[in-house]
Design a protein around this ligand. Structure first.
Ligand code: ADP
Ligand code: MG
Length: 626
């Protein structure tokens, strides 16, 4: 540092008048860096908490006043700092955590940039008291806007306490930009909760304006979740645990019926670090498919452990985005472990279903029993985003007297109506048969039309038009919401195109990626297809890509469609089930359910009616009245 200062002095004295570029003084550089790292009081909290974790504290207290605006204090019982380190800690790029670039690939600490304390000190009044466990006295340090005000020995408990006051006192724009105290407090609580869920083995306390907000004793993750979400005290959390050579996943997910309308309770951690990842979020949500309504979000708190060299945390100063080198494997793994946890859960209540009525009496052998979820999990040609029960039920309301009821509700209604209830039917196995019957109420005509019994008549549905509509809406949604998953090709396919198609395709690559394509340029007029959308069954990538480009061009010139609508239409056209494709009972059922969960189930994307209805009266007329 000293050398640097001398260098600057030397430069200042020796720079000829005509040169105008100079190095910024430290306190200015720090303040600029602070703009990135410290955006609001919650950023200070995050950095201080992470430092306490890195210092191996087992107990941490966070005390804030007025949403962190007036003061933020973090006390820890970690390793503390020597007198020299206490001073060094506040210099820019001063860190004890890495020393070479190579260390970036074996990080096991939260911090590594050595920027946080320097940034905080440049925009606030800070005071630190710190003491190492093996030293008699500690050090007190006061810094205001990067300027050291005081440094003296102090008698203090081992560990570190840092108080940050008057944040942004010298950056009025930032200060004015802050939200109300409750909102800033909320951001701080979010940061605190992330740490609390990342490190259940630590005791953590938080006070806001002298009120206790959290008092969390060291615990297991399951207990910690319940300590934080007190409204979930009596709910069952489903445990998830799996380990492979690439990654280990451990944590909890909520039962489907506990899903909420808000997204709040969803956390991923990797090696103890909180991160956000829409792609992996999709893996969890996909496991819940059909089990929760569309607008509900399941709870999940999942910890991943991965070799530090397989992730890159050096992406963003706030570090909530992480790059994984094995993203796809992790996706698959998360999805399947969550599915398994849910499968187990769903099985349990069904087994409890009036066990004493199971035919054969108490000592009958256990029924060869399949959980209900199995019948739903079966082959699903349509997508990882099948509409769930809630959405799919609507079509029945239009036609069916049992509108929107589950099979068991339906069954019970019928039992009430029946004079002679049949007890055998209450076993789990016959429950399934009943389900099957219901599905069989769809019939496929000439492999092209689906016929289904509805209230007062017959529904006739064009399978191709229906599926085209379903896919079209799903593809459109993928541009707005989550990207659709990709199935990676074991043998990527190289496709040669003419120059115009190549240009066109290059222009569409980003949007195609949202639909699940993994395509990139591969030399002159050549692309390589590394992956195709997961729900596309067709194996000929060349045909798929060319056919899609063809109908895209048609949509462009003839119909002048908007880019994304055109793309969604072209894709739907290429990948939908065609007239002539034989469908199984479940597929038909799903097709019908999904169609009526669509925004516009009446017409195919190009305006053709999708279904018609023949009423009982029409039939009678057709067959001549009796
Ligand atoms: P980083 O965490 O990226 O290393 P910081 O600016 O946050 O950078 O901290 C600088 C250094 O100060 C850390 O590397 C660490 O050695 C020391 N330090 C900060 N906070 C604490 C603490 N609570 N206990 C012990 N040492 C700390
Ligand atoms: Mg740090």
């Amino acid at each position: 540092v000293k050398n640097q200062k001398e260098l600057r002095k030397f430069e200042a004295e020796n720079v000829p008048m005509s040169d105008i570029i100079k190095l910024l003084p430290d306190h200015v550089a720090n303040q600029i860096a602070a703009g990135e790292v410290i955006q609001r009081p919650a950023s200070v909290v995050k950095e201080l908490l992470e430092n306490a974790l890195d210092a191996q504290a087992t107990e941490i207290k966070l005390i804030i006043k007025d949403g962190g605006r007036t003061s933020i204090q973090v006390l820890d019982n970690g390793v503390g700092m020597s007198e020299t380190d206490a001073r060094m800690a506040w210099e820019r790029h001063a860190t004890s955590k890495i020393s070479t670039a190579g260390d970036l690939f074996k990080l096991n600490t939260m911090g590594f940039r050595g920027e946080a304390l320097a940034s905080i000190a440049s925009v606030a009044h800070v005071e630190m008291k710190t003491r190492k466990h093996n030293e008699e006295v500690g050090t007190l340090l006061a810094i205001e806007g990067s300027h050291l005000k005081r440094q003296e020995p102090v008698s203090v408990m081992p560990g570190t306490s840092i108080t940050v006051k008057n944040l942004f006192f010298n950056v009025p724009a930032r200060r004015n930009f802050l939200k109300s105290n409750p909102v800033e407090s909320k951001y701080i609580i979010d940061e605190f909760m992330r740490v609390a869920l990342a490190c259940p083995h630590l005791s953590l306390y938080m006070y806001n304006n002298d009120q206790e907000v959290f008092a969390l004793k060291a615990a297991t993750l399951g207990k910690r979740i319940k300590d934080i979400y007190t409204d979930r005290k009596d709910e069952q959390l489903l445990e998830v645990a799996e380990k492979t050579s690439v990654v280990s996943v451990q944590g909890y997910v909520g039962s489907p019926d506990s899903a909420k309308k808000t997204r709040g309770e969803q956390y991923f951690f990797v090696n103890g670090r909180f991160f956000k990842d829409p792609y992996l979020n999709h893996a969890v949500v996909a496991a819940y498919e059909e089990l929760i309504p569309k607008d509900c979000y399941p709870l999940y708190i999942l910890h991943l452990e991965i070799a530090p060299d397989a992730i890159d945390v050096n992406v963003h100063p706030q570090k909530t985005e992480i790059k994984f080198s094995e993203e796809k494997i992790i996706y698959q793994m998360i999805r399947s472990v969550v599915k398994r946890a849910l499968g187990k859960y769903i099985q349990t209540p069904e087994m409890d279903f009036n066990p004493e009525i199971i035919s054969g009496g108490a000592n009958a052998p256990e029924m060869p029993f399949q959980p209900r979820v199995e019948s739903k999990q079966g082959y699903n040609p349509f997508s990882p985003q099948t509409p769930r029960n809630g959405g799919g039920g609507d079509w029945k309301k239009m036609f069916d007297p049992y509108a929107g009821q589950s099979f068991s509700e339906r069954y019970e209604k019928e039992q009430e109506a029946s004079l002679f209830p049949v007890p055998e039917l209450k076993t789990a196995a016959s429950h399934l048969i009943y389900t099957k019957e219901y599905e069989n109420s769809c019939f496929q005509l000439h492999n092209s039309y689906i016929l289904s019994q509805v209230k007062n008549g017959l529904l006739i549905l064009d399978q191709q038009a229906a599926h085209e509509r379903i896919l079209f809406e799903r593809y459109l949604a993928s541009f707005e919401n989550q990207k659709l998953p990709t199935q990676e090709k074991l043998f990527p396919k190289v496709i040669e195109l003419d120059a115009a198609d190549f240009e066109l395709l290059s222009e569409l690559t980003d949007d195609l990626a949202r639909l699940g394509f993994d395509i990139s340029a591969f030399g002159k007029n050549t692309v390589i297809v590394n992956g195709i959308p997961a729900d596309v069954k067709s194996v000929n990538e060349q045909e798929l890509v060319e056919g899609m480009l063809e109908s895209y061009k048609l949509g462009m010139t003839e119909l002048r469609l908007e880019k994304r609508e055109n793309l969604a239409r072209s894709m739907a056209r290429r990948t939908c089930i065609k007239g002539g494709d034989a469908l199984g009972a479940t597929e038909m059922m799903q097709l019908v359910e999904q169609l009526f969960a669509c925004e516009n189930p009446n017409y195919s994307p190009d305006g053709k009616p999708i279904f018609g209805r023949v009423g009982m009266a029409d039939l009678q007329q057709l067959l001549g009245k009796r």
